[in-house]
Write a protein that binds this ligand. Sequence first.
Ligand code: HEC
Ligand code: HEC
Length: 461
Amino acid sequence: MRHHLHALSRLFVLLLLAAAPASFAADADNSPTPKDLKGFAETKRWFSEHRKEFAERQGLMLKRRYDLSDHPAQDAVMSRGKSLQQGVRAKLPAGISWDDLAKMTPEDIRRRDAFPEGYMPLPFPNHPEGGMLFPRMEIDEIKKQEGRDLERFDLDFDLPEHFLPEFPPAMFLTTRPDLGDVSKGKLLTIDNYYELMDGILNPKQLDGLRLLLTPFPQQQFNATDDRRVGRPSLGVTCFDCHANGGTNGATHLVGDIRPQEFRHRIEAPALRGVNIQRLFGSQRALKTVEDFTEFEQRAAYFDGDIGLAAKKGVNVPDRASQVHHMAEFQELLDFPPAPKLGVDGMMIPAKASPAELRGQGLFFGKAKCAECHAPPYYTDNTMHDLKVERFYKPRLIRGMMASADGPIKTFPLRGIKDTPPYLHDGRLLTLDDTVRFFNLVLETKLTPQEEADVTAFLKAL
Ligand code: HEC
Ligand code: HEC
């Protein structure tokens, strides 16, 4: 399963490293690497023995990047009532203040190595290994409802739960807004979906939902020796990551990039609002939900490897009788209600606070957000290269090469308060961080008060 690198790409990484700051060149916080493990028993023993060590080293890196304390915001909750986290959480390098950063050019920041590490790409908990990784609450709930085990013996999910979306997320249907949250506070599984959804969906949609909740063999979860679960596994369902059609923050490595160091950590996006979107995947830009639904499994889920998928028992869904059913259900998943927005997606003045109205003015003006995030859904349905690498020199962080990310899809901002953490890799823990990040990246020079106003507006979307 490990993706062995070609000698040539190793050389390329080494060359890049020669240009990186000395403190990172050794990548001292990387995890131990296994050597010549033979067979499943040996692999399981080695990884189980080192599991704690991986978690500790990842934890140290997270603490270096972020203030991870549990500090709930007082002015906003997610759709079912979980608190958002408050404040900018990225830490500054020693001797640098946010005021200093605001005055510096990207070139200065890069030269002085002053960019917060928390705004650089975020490594996967064990980047050289990768694969599907679920947060604790998903593992526990699936075990309880289905007796299926989503726990890997080699790795733990890394971000504290207070930075994740509420669990389980609410589920809203474009066809029945009158019903509100149709999940009734439960995690939909193969066990309960029929009872919950019969009478609300047509038979085709109901069958699509069934398939989205049916486990199929996948990369780390299969019946062969090449797995990362103790016992042979029935596999994983679409909604193990896209819980209730939203997200639980499950993470993975993207399949599109080689070598392994350059692959992005990716966080499962909510499928809410796929009906109005035109590009799917942060970089793959597949053109239909049908394509995404069909093709993921053929390439072993984000590993881009058709051979591996075949070996583990790939499920190839039939386009007309299965893929379309699954897609039709996904197309019903609505953004959560935003009671302060009018039909044009703009604040209704009588319902908005002064801060939200000021934030809206800035969003469409000085802060430049609306140039890419256009109402009513706050996306332009295209991709942009934010060129964040202007601010830092390339470096290895825990086995991941932080360098240029390239163009990424403009994710919609409707319902954005429900789906922390932010960006494709989840590197931004709070909305306050996203506003500060874009203020730096776009060089818009917003004052702290203006940043707070934009954040207030985002919470109303
Ligand atoms: C292991 C977690 C996981 C599982 C299982 C999973 N997905 Fe995803 N899904 C993701 C991640 C991560 C992305 C983002 C991919 C990227 O950035 O390229 C994604 C992206 C998508 C997208 C595009 C969303 C967007 O906004 O661009 C669709 C549609 C989708 N998945 C549908 C499915 C379907 C259908 C299944 C089951 C056949 C499935 N997913 C299974 C994690 C998962
Ligand atoms: C040049 C186009 C552009 C502008 C201007 C822009 N964004 Fe974005 N935005 C993007 C892209 C592209 C992404 C996805 C980046 C990624 O995932 O790496 C994104 C992602 C986000 C996200 C995270 C979405 C998610 O689902 O994780 C938030 C929040 C956000 N933008 C808010 C803002 C705010 C607030 C502003 C103004 C201060 C702004 N953006 C300005 C293009 C833009």
